[in-house]
Design a binder for this molecule. Structure first.
Ligand SMILES: [Zn+2]
Length: 252
């Protein structure tokens, strides 16, 4: 076999791939247009690890996708961090085009009766801001907060936070895509606003389906109870505590 010098990391290697960084030997040749076309199709439509393959598998068996990454099968699907970045970028672009804000602007933040009115008002504005202007931060916080309740409730299964974060990145990303499809399509095609309740309901059912499979070592009744509590904790932290903390730290 001929020896090659890797252009990416400088290692001298034999074979089709650099043993140090994994770069394919082809990449050491000068870039041609067909490389770019192939790269695009590999990352987007590849039947084994492309975006649409990952999206579809996350709809039909979300738990399996997350578990294969956690268990070290990391080349089968788009990896969770990249998937989240794609979701956030697509969301930001579509939101910019369609002013989807109108749909979620009627969000109601209840606040706490025992807190001063100005804190509640400020928290309400933060809640709105995370859902409309600062969606990148809002969605990222959502993904980071999602595992907390489940980490505590299902501690006997000994998942660590990072492992649950994998599940969270996949689920939050797919809930973004589901939202875009449910809200974006009807609005674009026939100027119809899908009721917020329907979108939220669909996403909660999707979460429950994914979590029921993901934590399947736990007996069914306890699992259902824990999942409901976990989702409840997620909503409390994300839509009450975080806006409140932000309102206290940065009053508006
Ligand atoms: Zn290399």
């Amino acid at each position: 076999m001929k020896r090659n010098n890797c252009n990416n990391c400088g290692t001298n290697f034999e074979g089709n791939f650099c043993f140090n960084c994994g770069q394919i030997d082809l990449a050491n040749k000068r870039l041609v247009f067909s490389n770019i076309v192939k790269d695009f199709f590999d990352n987007t439509f590849n039947i084994h690890k492309g975006f649409f393959f990952t999206f579809w598998n996350l709809i039909i068996q979300p738990s399996k996708v997350a578990k294969s990454y956690i268990q070290g099968k990391r080349k089968s699907y788009t990896n969770p961090t990249r998937y989240l970045v794609i979701a956030l970028a697509v969301f930001a672009t579509i939101q910019y085009w369609t002013q989807m804000n109108e749909v979620i602007n009627n969000d109601t933040f209840e606040g706490f009766p025992f807190l001063p009115e100005e804190v509640n008002n400020s928290a309400r504005l933060w809640d709105l801001r995370l859902l409309t202007e600062w969606t990148l931060l809002g969605n990222l916080l959502e993904a980071l907060v999602f595992p907390l309740g489940f980490y505590w409730l299902f501690r006997k299964l000994r998942f660590n936070y990072s492992e649950l974060l994998v599940l969270s990145f996949y689920l939050i990303s797919n809930s973004i895509f589901i939202t875009l499809i449910l809200v974006g399509l009807p609005k674009f095609v026939m100027s119809y606003y899908t009721p917020t309740l329907f979108v939220v309901g669909t996403i909660i059912i999707y979460y429950i389906y994914a979590l029921l499979n993901f934590f399947k070592e736990v007996p069914l009744l306890r699992r259902i109870l824990f999942i409901i509590i976990g989702i409840f904790i997620f909503f409390i932290v994300r839509f009450l505590l975080i806006p409140l903390i932000l309102a206290i730290l940065f009053p508006i």
